[in-house]
Design a protein around this ligand. Structure first.
Ligand code: PLP
Length: 504
């Protein structure tokens, strides 16, 4: 019996062609499929053998696997690449990104240290500098001293925005702790993190993991700041909260600025929030200011959307996810820091087996020190493929096209007096509801649309009205490369028909 059947290197071209065809067929079949999986709990488990095979696959292995993909896996999928997927935020993919991922898998390198694959590190450094330029981010986030004037900036690819937030929070907490110690402040600090009430749950989760908070609802250590009518953080309220905490002996260590909230893509004001942080009493260790632009950041490839980043040069870090809206397969979060030193100090542990001359020379970057895990895939390849394939113009065209589709959808909503658009559309997300109807009616409408299978959209509960109360709103986020105008028009007809039924 051979140990590595039934495929060796010589089989790869044919197998890639076969599976490439299978993927292409899958994409072409999407319009005929219900967007939301119809699987019930346990359906997929019930079709899978209880035990692993004892023997290697035989001659029909790849055929059998494709058959199982068709009969077991695909029916259990919610089709994120479907032209009528409008839920959450998009999870873009593209052929160049897929190829980059395949090459990464084929090379099989692990880039924890510069030494373990110099190309894995240096390609990432260059691609992140390209993205800094493509998004028009301040030069302080560039890795090149000849660009920024200092050798401390730079970007790194993280798996997700959640990991970037956790890394930033830990860096901020340790920087503040060191500054306190340096100033001779006695005793253990009781740290506090700040974000708006509209911030993503990953902020609370990071505070829990970092040991700053005792749970997601620990409002002594996670301060959720009130928002204005546009659901952006009230920066004045942030300043008051930080000063009150300082007076009470607590230690502010981290502020998250949302550029594009999850619920409604509301935009916190970076410049105003940074001004509050910089205005803290003299001698206060400066809390780390992190900008979470997980979804919206991609829009900065278009100069007309860069206003949302005003003041970014005053932030310590910034992250956005090309895996949401920039044609790059999951997972890929780009995390930029103005000063890498506090990040590295917070995350670097060097056992003897990782020591090497290159690292000790100080001439190279070891990205393991910029992230939570040690190991790292060659994710820069997919970004490199994407940027080279689409160019800046192609990326801008994608963002503009999908924002245009969202605008078309918004016009449909506004043209029907039964509906209202509930928040200002900042980019490619439209939040709307049936006018003067309660949350139950809105939910019924959404459930009917989603159960129908021809579209999938999601909801949020946000503070609306006067007096403000948590309100259920429907969300349509347009970002899939396959979505066309005709899909948007069909979506509207579907919503309108279901509204007829719900309103009776
Ligand atoms: N931040 C914001 C504003 C988000 O909308 C999301 C996800 O949608 C996240 C963070 C978390 O992203 P990730 O899944 O990359 O951790």
């Amino acid at each position: 019996m051979t140990i590595y059947p039934p495929a060796g290197p010589h089989d790869l071209p044919q197998l890639l062609a076969d599976f490439g065809r299978w993927i292409s067929d899958y994409w072409q079949s999407l319009p005929e499929r219900p967007v939301l999986s119809r699987a019930n709990p346990g359906d997929v488990l019930g079709k899978l053998p209880q035990h692993p095979p004892e023997l290697p696959g035989g001659d029909t292995l790849w055929h059998d696997i494709r058959a199982d993909l068709d009969s077991i896996v695909v029916p259990g999928l919610t089709h994120w690449q479907h032209p009528s997927f409008y839920a959450y935020f998009p999870a873009n993919i593209s052929v160049p990104a897929i190829l980059g991922d395949v090459v990464s898998a084929g090379l099989g390198v692990q880039g924890m240290l510069w030494l373990t694959s110099p190309a894995c590190t240096e390609l990432e450094t260059r691609v992140l500098d390209w993205l800094r330029e493509l998004l028009g981010l301040p030069v302080c986030f560039d890795s090149r001293p000849e660009v920024s004037g200092v050798p401390w900036g730079g970007g790194v690819i993280q798996g997700t925005a959640s990991e970037a937030t956790l890394s930033a929070m830990v860096a901020g907490r340790d920087r503040v702790r060191r500054e306190r110690q340096g100033a001779g402040v006695a005793g253990r600090a009781e740290f506090v993190v700040y974000a708006s009430g509209q911030s993503h749950s990953s902020i609370a989760k990071a505070a829990m993991i970092a040991g700053i908070a005792d749970g997601a609802n620990d409002d002594r250590h996670i301060r959720l700041i009130d928002v204005d009518d546009e659901l952006a953080m009230k920066s004045g309220a942030l300043g008051e909260a930080m000063r009150a905490d300082l007076s009470a002996g607590l230690t502010p260590c981290f502020v998250c600025v949302n550029v594009g909230t999850t619920a409604t893509t509301a935009m916190d004001r970076i410049d105003q929030i940074a001004a509050e942080v910089d205005g803290l009493p003299a001698g206060t260790p400066r809390p780390w200011v992190h900008v979470d632009a997980a979804h919206a950041g991609a829009a900065a490839v278009c100069p007309e959307h860069r206003g949302m980043l005003r003041g970014l040069e005053r932030a310590d870090s910034f992250c956005f996810n090309p895996h949401k809206w920039l044609l790059t397969n999951f997972d890929c979060d780009c995390f930029f820091v103005r000063d890498r030193r506090p990040l590295i100090e917070a995350l670097s542990v060097t056992p003897s087996y990782l020591r090497n001359q290159a690292s000790e020379s100080g001439a190279v970057i070891d990205y393991r020190d910029w992230q939570i895990p040690l190991g790292r895939r060659f994710r820069a390849l997919k970004l490199w493929f994407v940027i080279r394939a689409f160019g800046a113009e192609g990326l801008r065209a994608h963002v503009r096209r999908t924002i245009g589709l969202a605008s078309r959808f918004e016009e449909h909503v506004r043209s029907d007096g039964r509906f209202e658009v509930v928040t200002r559309r900042t980019l490619n997300l439209v939040c709307f509801r049936l006018r003067e109807k309660g949350d139950e009616v809105q939910r019924r409408l959404m459930d009917r649309i989603n159960q129908g299978g021809s579209a999938f959209l999601s909801h949020a509960v946000v503070p609306l009205g006067e007096p403000r109360r948590p309100s259920f709103v429907l969300r349509v986020a347009v970002g899939a490369p396959l979505t066309r105008e005709s899909d948007i028009d069909r979506l509207w007809r579907t919503i309108s028909t279901h509204a007829d039924e719900v309103l009776g």
